[in-house]
Design a protein around this ligand. Structure first.
Ligand code: ZN
Length: 214
């Protein structure tokens, strides 16, 4: 159990990060903070500091740009993430991937479990693994439990692309990167992806690169 004196370093670390202003530096794969897992949020940051940290995560996610950002990605080992996806993709891509707009949300102490057995496989990338994307088969539907930034309980089912985002971000909080779950034969540079694999589904990529889809 954390005593008040144990808590000071995390709050101090966040204060230091915020002091610079603007988007926060995003840490890359290879930094142990992405692998160690996180502490449950239980007041380590006072409400005003939490609000400032959440805002900095939002600004950083937008600047990247990305559709989700977990606290460890800015070097803070707290069980906290933000998500937001305006889904700026063509209609046929949106339909195939279930990429519906996801309003801004703060996920505090999230955990998820699969609902049913259906899986969906698409290319995804990570701000901490810049320049690359790979196909990840994930549960198509998940139940997410946790809290919001005001401590109100959350218990919701996510489907489509938002289900992928909440899984990806929650995995970060457990020290898991999408590459741990990816079809490594699908690994593609952003340039090759833009050149070859822009179809709504990765069916042709699976045939050409030699990996299975669910
Ligand atoms: Zn990521």
């Amino acid at each position: 159990m954390a005593s008040p004196s144990d808590r000071a370093p995390l709050a101090e670390r966040v204060e230091e990060l915020l002091a610079a202003g603007g988007p926060l530096p995003i840490v890359a794969a290879g930094d142990p903070v992405l692998r160690r897992g996180t502490e449950r949020y239980d007041g380590q940051l006072a409400p005003a500091l939490l609000a400032r940290f959440v805002e900095a995560l939002r600004v950083t996610m937008h600047a990247a740009p990305g559709v989700g950002l977990a606290a460890p990605q800015v070097g803070v080992p707290l069980r906290l993430a933000v998500i937001e996806d305006p889904a700026p993709v063509p209609a046929e891509v949106a339909a195939a991937r279930g990429r519906v707009p996801q309003p801004f949300r703060v996920l505090v102490n999230p955990v998820y479990e699969a609902v049913g057995t259906a899986r969906a496989a698409f290319f995804e990338g990570c701000l901490s693994v810049p320049g690359w994307q790979a196909v990840v088969a994930r549960p198509a539907e998940v139940r997410l439990r946790g809290e919001d930034e005001h401590g109100r309980p959350v218990d919701e089912v996510f489907t489509g692309w938002p289900a992928r985002i909440v899984q990806h971000e929650t995995d970060h909080l457990d020290g898991t990167l999408y590459l741990d779950r990816a079809e490594l034969r699908s690994l593609s540079s952003n340039e090759e992806l833009a050149r070859r694999w822009t179809e709504p589904t990765p069916t042709t990529a699976a045939k050409s690169l030699g990996f299975d889809l669910p």
